[in-house]
Ligand binder design. Structure first.
Ligand SMILES: [Zn+2]
Length: 120
C-alpha cells in the first residue's frame, strides 16, 4: 500500500517538474493522503470493528478489511466519510479487475441508497 503511494508520489514529482500536473491528478493525490489519515482515525476503527464488508456483507476479521472509496478517486470521488467504506479483500480485488461499469452493477443494489449523485 505504501509502495503504491510512493510510486504515485514520484510520478507527481516528475509531472510537476515538467509542469504537467493536471488538476484531477492533484485531487487524487490529495484524496489519498486524506484517506490515509482517516484510516488512522477512531472513526475508521469503529467502522471496521464489526468486521463487515460494506459491499458483500460478509463477516471478516477487522484487520482484513481495506478502506475503499465507493466512488473511486480516479472517478471524482472524495476522501470523505460518506465515500469511504470497509471492504473485504475479495471485493477489493473484484473492484480492481472489473470494468467500472461491471463493478457498478455488482454494487449497485448495495449502495443504491447512497445514490451516486452527480457521478457520471
Ligand atoms: Zn466483500
Amino acid at each position: 500500500m505504501t509502495k503504491k503511494f510512493d510510486r504515485k508520489k514520484n510520478n507527481k514529482a516528475r509531472k510537476k517538474a515538467i509542469g504537467y500536473l493536471v488538476n484531477d491528478e492533484r485531487e487524487i493525490i490529495r484524496g489519498k493522503e486524506k484517506a490515509r489519515k482517516l484510516r488512522d482515525s477512531a472513526w475508521w476503527r469503529k467502522k471496521c470493528a464489526p468486521g463487515i464488508c460494506s459491499y458483500c456483507g460478509k463477516k471478516v476479521p477487522p484487520d482484513e478489511l481495506t478502506m475503499d472509496h465507493v466512488i473511486p478517486l480516479s472517478r471524482g470521488g472524495v476522501s470523505e466519510r460518506f465515500n469511504l467504506v470497509p471492504a473485504c479483500k475479495e471485493c477489493n480485488n473484484k473492484k480492481k479487475y472489473l470494468l467500472p461499469v461491471e463493478w457498478e452493477e455488482y454494487i449497485n443494489g448495495i449502495i443504491e441508497k447512497d445514490n451516486m449523485a452527480g457521478g457520471k
